[in-house]
Design a protein around this ligand. Structure first.
Ligand SMILES: *[C@@H]1O[C@H](CO)[C@@H](O)[C@H](O)[C@H]1NC(C)=O
Ligand SMILES: *[C@@H]1O[C@H](CO)[C@@H](O)[C@H](O)[C@H]1NC(C)=O
Ligand SMILES: *[C@@H]1O[C@H](CO)[C@@H](O)[C@H](O)[C@H]1NC(C)=O
Ligand SMILES: *[C@@H]1O[C@H](CO)[C@@H](O)[C@H](O)[C@H]1NC(C)=O
Ligand SMILES: *[C@@H]1O[C@H](CO)[C@@H](O)[C@H](O)[C@H]1NC(C)=O
Ligand SMILES: *[C@@H]1O[C@H](CO)[C@@H](O)[C@H](O)[C@H]1NC(C)=O
Length: 512
């Protein structure tokens, strides 16, 4: 018997015998929703993430191969892009709440070149995947769980010397048929990005509504609509569900020096950039600064701060006759929000109502004390489609799920499996449960508001106990819903962890 099935069978047996999972796992739960304990709790092989008050979370799958983007199909199966492996179709036994366990595991595409991007058409019948070079589509038979008719839609995306390799995909809901593709830089500070015609460090949109008529794939640098440029590596891209405003989260530069002073520990900040509206080309195409201008995060001891620079201001690495702060302010568009340097935001997903954006922070490598390794929430004014906090806020990103001891996350140079490293985010159809992948640990987790969605309490004896401020001292802000952290044992998100122990070694380069 397949070990997976054996696990499920054992879990079913436990359920049948009505064995109290609280006893078998040694867990105590204070959560009212946990009256019926989940029989299928998985325990991570490292200190479990903790959740903010008001949330619960659980590990629901392990053994994946660097899972990156995830997406639910129209039958409720989870499609997982496993970097260096292909595309996998997972189904779960769903006992409600965060209580899920893996039911089936089917390979849809075996292709070691696939490394991040994944999209699904609104009707669920076309799947899109990316490599560093191209975007392909496949016709998807959701009932037969099979693909056919591979079609190349976009090509010419490889950077000289490789560099950043992920090519995030987003299909617009407001402008059906427009596929947004994000491409990062070749190097840390890449001069090619200063030349718009290179296509480097941009988000572009391609009209794929009549893909069958394409004589050749779109060529990334020259075709399509420029959504934004001067974006070092904007891995997460999202469209606000109410206004249709397009946002992306940018991974800014490492080892940065300004006016001969090393400022890299806390600067430049990671960015939330606003790009405009896809139905009005005049709002699109701004230059967001890179590789000449960067966003200020920490103003303490910042060289030549002056009176004009504050959190979120664009700054130059030098102040001379050709490169200076004044020129950055005049010529480039500052972020809508700035986040702690090196936290490495990799995905952004809006809540269905548009009142919040969830952001996965993969975590740092270019910093003495690690930061990131968390899922955060940024409040939005749903009707305006804008962040609730002003651009100079340092508390806009509130922690939902974090490593209990972020200093332990530096194992293997910050790329190890010592902590969860969140990447892809996906809401299920009801919009209540948020699923997330962790590439370094090969897992899928689920988190949700405590009290929502019925039974299946959080659990797991791997749950760390809460800490008071933990991440918030080094993070972008306070915990969502309060300053106290609670472990799996308390109220909070039950994290459903699907743990696949995977090596991060040899993982994606330049994540930070
Ligand atoms: C899915 O199956 C493959 C091949 O049988 C296996 O290597 C992989 O670990 C499985 N994935 C999960 C999440 O169980
Ligand atoms: C995409 O192209 C089709 C024609 O091929 C056109 O009808 C449609 O309006 C275009 N969509 C957008 C968003 O420009
Ligand atoms: C890629 O770019 C080259 C040079 O600009 C061009 O000749 C070629 O046709 C492009 N390839 C595709 C698939 O568009
Ligand atoms: C900026 O750095 C100082 C000194 O290292 C630190 O006390 C402060 O909390 C930091 N501020 C932010 C917003 O990270
Ligand atoms: C001005 O600063 C830029 C950015 O650091 C640098 O590349 C350039 O060489 C400097 N120019 C002069 C004249 O020093
Ligand atoms: C700043 O740079 C701009 C454009 O590169 C230049 O026109 C301007 O004179 C510079 N300002 C100073 C004070 O050197």
């Amino acid at each position: 018997m397949n070990p997976l099935l054996r696990g499920t069978a054992a879990a079913a047996l436990l359920l049948a015998l009505n064995v109290k999972a609280q006893e078998t796992t040694g867990t105590t739960t204070a959560s009212p929703s946990a009256t019926q304990a989940c029989p299928t709790v998985l325990t991570p092989s490292y200190p479990a993430p903790v959740v903010a008050r008001g949330w619960k979370a659980q590990l629901i799958a392990t053994g994946l191969s660097r899972p990156r983007s995830i997406k639910f199909d129209t039958n409720g199966a989870l499609l997982v892009l496993e970097a260096g492996k292909g595309l996998t179709h997972l189904t779960f036994t769903d006992d409600g709440g965060t209580c899920l366990s893996l039911q089936s595991n089917t390979s849809l595409i075996t292709d070691g070149e696939l490394n991040h991007g994944l999209e699904l058409s609104e009707d669920g019948q076309t799947i899109y995947v990316s490599t560093q070079e191209y975007v392909d589509s496949y016709s998807y038979d959701v009932d037969a769980v099979s693909l056919e008719n591979p079609t190349r839609l976009v090509a010419n995306m490889t950077n000289p010397g490789t560099g950043h390799v992920s090519r995030t995909l987003l299909l617009s809901k407001k402008q059906p048929g427009l596929l947004l593709v994000s491409r990062g830089s070749a190097t840390n500070i890449d001069p090619l990005a200063a030349d718009e015609s290179t296509g480097v460090s941009q988000v572009r949109a391609f009209n794929i509504s009549s893909a069958a008529d394409l004589e050749r794939p779109y060529s990334y640098p020259t075709d399509g609509l420029l959504v934004g440029w001067g974006l070092r590596n904007s891995v997460g891209v999202a469209e606000h569900p109410v206004t249709g405003g397009v946002y992306s989260v940018e991974n800014s530069a490492d080892n940065v020096v300004r006016l001969s002073t090393d400022i890299h520990e806390d600067n430049p900040g990671e960015e939330l950039n606003f790009h405009g509206f896809l139905d009005d080309a005049s709002t699109l195409g701004a230059n967001h600064g890179y590789p000449a201008c960067f966003a200020l995060w920490n103003t303490t001891r910042f060289p030549s701060l002056g009176d004009d620079l504050t959190v979120g201001s664009q700054f130059s690495l030098d102040n001379n006759a050709t490169h200076n702060d004044t020129d950055c302010a005049r010529r480039t568009t500052a972020p809508r929000l700035t986040f702690q340097a090196h936290t490495a935001p990799l995905d952004i997903k809006f809540s269905p109502s548009g009142d919040a954006a969830f952001i996965s922070f993969h975590g740092s490598w270019n910093r003495a004390i690690p930061v990131g390794y968390k899922l955060s929430l940024v409040s939005f004014a749903a009707d305006r489609g804008e962040p609730a906090e002003p651009p100079d806020s340092v508390t806009a990103a509130r922690d939902v799920m974090t490593a209990p001891d972020v200093s332990a996350c530096s194992a293997q140079g910050g790329r190890g499996a010592g902590c969860f490293r969140p990447v892809g985010l996906a809401f299920d159809a009801a919009g209540e449960r948020l699923f997330l992948s962790s590439d370094a640990t090969g897992e899928i987790w689920v988190v949700m508001r405590d009290g929502a969605g019925g039974g299946g309490g959080g659990g797991g004896d791997g749950g760390a106990t809460g800490t008071d401020s933990g991440a918030s001292t080094t993070s972008t802000g306070a915990a969502a819903g309060g300053l106290r952290y609670q472990g799996f044992r308390g109220e909070g998100w039950a994290v459903v962890l699907l743990t696949a122990i995977m090596m991060a070694a040899g993982g994606l380069v330049f994540v930070g």
